[in-house]
Ligand binder design. Structure first.
Ligand code: FAD
Length: 543
């Protein structure tokens, strides 16, 4: 992978790009891959780390969105439902099938027949086949599958197919795959202004290197500029002086994480909260996470955080449906809050507003994309690049991304992923690494686990767990543009959310590895350490 300096040099000293993408969330990363794979000279600029916006704060499901059926969003459910199997094929280690259990309860909003029909329609729209089609379950089977349900309340269940993923890793792998097709991608590069040519038509952007704030703003020229800035789309439209007509509406969604031992569900469930909203609870390794909320948000997007009221709401919802576990605030190990960038629809509540994506094109030519789902990133990208092709006035290849495996995703099918995991666990045992890490490594890195292990340095006097962490950090720095310990702890490994207790003892070593690579002064190292500690503290403390 190119160094940061080499990337900056390529951005600023070459011919104008065909396309500049603003925003390195899943939408921007998907667009960069689609465009680069169709032969466009593509640049992508992200103001923070890749996926540092909404794309690391989702429910981490590749799903059709069962609840959108209620809103009669058949087109959306069909499109994202069908995408699930495609994205699974492109990265079978990272997008894995997950059966979802929907309990039916006495006096619940939906009875047996309505649920059965709804799930049938859901499968039909998505083209779900054979064994994966929904099953309706008896009370006994439902309670056997999930013994934590209160047997005097549950009367049966629906059982249907979804997929789970890690949103941030999906985004990072998309960026890396785009780079492998020639896209020039840079994180910590904030777009601060737009460049205009004749008749005030956009011809590029200015950006500030957020890792070297003393550096001057730099210009990148491009024939077309696409803003995929998620919750910041309207900010960019303001910068372009084109914020007219439809606007964004930001809706906050929160998730909490507890030790799996405190909420030992056996499998993913999707249940009604007492107020009628639907909540997911999903086991993941040594943790269980649950969410989400859906509340209007009007503060600056970067200040979004989980507050005590959000946490109390989710804890109350879980305790109402799983009365045996009595979760309380001290059980929460970690949490996250994200913003859905929805298109505002008057007279609708946050949860009623459509999740469809929409394209805006300003007089200056700025194309903005907003709304949509993680699951639909590929189709959104295809639509955007089709529009870019029209603007460029070029005949281009059709979208190729249906057939491009993501980095690390070279597996013939899910069986091959499982075989690789077994093979890897044997090798981990020989290195003294707990074999349970095989699942984690394969899920996070796929075949790139080989590269991670090539950075593993056996040190007789050091714990293998520490050395594995350092190998991952080296890989993240050298191949994934990780610039800050949080880039790895939060977004490359997901450990901030799902494995903090096992990571905490090595925090000093992790920060040292970054400090040594980037030659930080003691002062800089201390600043980074404080930032890291603050983020970890904030993830489990609420006011
Ligand atoms: P973002 O990820 O926010 O990316 C925009 C990027 O633009 C940011 O990284 C930001 O830093 C960057 N940026 C902004 N301004 C600038 C600038 N000036 N210069 C450079 N860069 C800039 N979808 C699903 O399919 N499945 C789910 O389970 C799911 N669950 C969800 C749960 C919640 C609580 C939420 C909030 C959303 C969920 N979604 C889900 C929706 C999904 O997460 C979003 O649709 C998707 O992540 C949006 O991605 P994005 O790239 O458009 O935005």
């Amino acid at each position: 992978m190119l160094t940061r300096e080499e990337i900056i040099c390529q951005l600023t000293s070459s011919q104008p790009f065909d396309l500049i993408v603003i925003g390195g969330g899943v939408t921007g990363a998907g667009i960069a891959l689609d465009a680069a794979a169709r032969g466009l000279r593509t640049a992508l600029l992200e103001k923070g780390d890749y996926a540092s916006g909404t794309s690391s704060k989702s429910t981490k499901l590749i799903h059709g969105g069962l609840r959108y059926l209620k809103q009669l969003e058949f087109g959306l459910v069909r499109e994202v439902g069908q995408e699930r199997a495609i994205v699974h094929r492109l990265a079978p280690h990272l997008v894995k099938p997950e059966k979802m259990l929907l309990p039916l309860v006495k006096n619940g909003a939906y009875g047996y027949w309505a649920t059965s029909f709804g799930l049938w329609v859901y499968d039909w729209l998505a083209g779900v086949k054979d064994d994966d089609r929904r099953q309706m379950l008896s009370k006994t089977t439902t309670c056997n599958l999930e013994p934590l349900f209160a047997p005097d309340v549950v009367i049966g269940g629906g059982y249907y197919a979804e997929y789970r993923t890690d949103d941030a890793r999906l985004t990072v792998e998309l960026v890396k795959t785009a780079a492998s097709y020639g896209a020039i991608c840079l994180n910590y590069a904030r777009v601060t202004g737009l460049l205009y040519g004749e008749e005030r038509k956009i011809k590029g952007v200015k950006f500030q290197d957020e890792w070297d704030v003393s550096a001057p703003e730099r210009a990148v020229e491009g024939q077309v500029v696409v803003s995929a800035a998620g919750p910041w789309v309207d900010e960019l439209r303001s910068l372009d002086q084109s914020l007219t007509g439809k606007r964004l509406f930001l809706s906050k969604g929160v998730h909490l994480v507890v030790d799996h031992g405190r909420f030992p569900i056996r499998q993913a469930v999707y249940f009604d909260a007492p107020d009628g909203r639907m909540i997911f609870a999903i086991p993941r390794g040594r943790a269980t996470y649950f969410g989400t909320t859906d509340t209007p948000y009007s503060e600056p997007p970067e200040t979004v955080h989980v507050n005590r009221a959000d946490a109390d709401y989710l804890l109350g919802a879980v305790n109402a449906v799983f009365p045996g576990i009595s979760l309380n605030i001290e059980d929460v190990e970690s949490s996250w809050a994200g913003l859905r960038p929805l298109i505002y629809e008057p007279e609708k509540s946050a949860s009623e507003m459509s999740r469809r994506d929409e394209l805006f094109e300003s007089h200056s030519g700025l194309i903005s994309i907003a709304g949509g789902k993680l699951t639909g990133y590929r189709r959104m990208a295809e639509r955007v690049v089709n529009r870019v092709a029209v603007r460029l006035g070029r005949r281009m290849l059709r979208s190729q991304t249906r057939r491009i495996p993501l980095c690390g995703g070279i597996f013939t099918n899910a069986r091959a992923v499982a075989d690789y995991e077994i093979e890897l666990s044997g090798r981990l045992a020989m290195l003294g690494i707990p074999t349970c890490r095989a699942a984690y490594l394969v899920c996070n890195y796929g075949r790139q686990a080989e590269m991670v292990l090539s950075y593993f340095e056996e040190q007789p006097e050091c714990e293998a767990e520490r050395e594995l962490i350092l190998a991952e950090v080296r890989f993240a720095i050298r191949h994934e543009q990780a610039c800050h310990p949080l880039d790895w702890i939060e977004r490359r490994s997901g450990r901030l959310y799902f494995d903090l207790p096992a990571t905490r003892p090595y925090m000093g070593a992790i920060i040292d590895a970054f400090s040594a690579h980037y030659h930080w002064s003691d002062k800089k190292r201390e600043t980074v350490r404080l930032e890291t500690e603050k983020t970890i503290f904030d993830a489990s403390h609420f006011v």
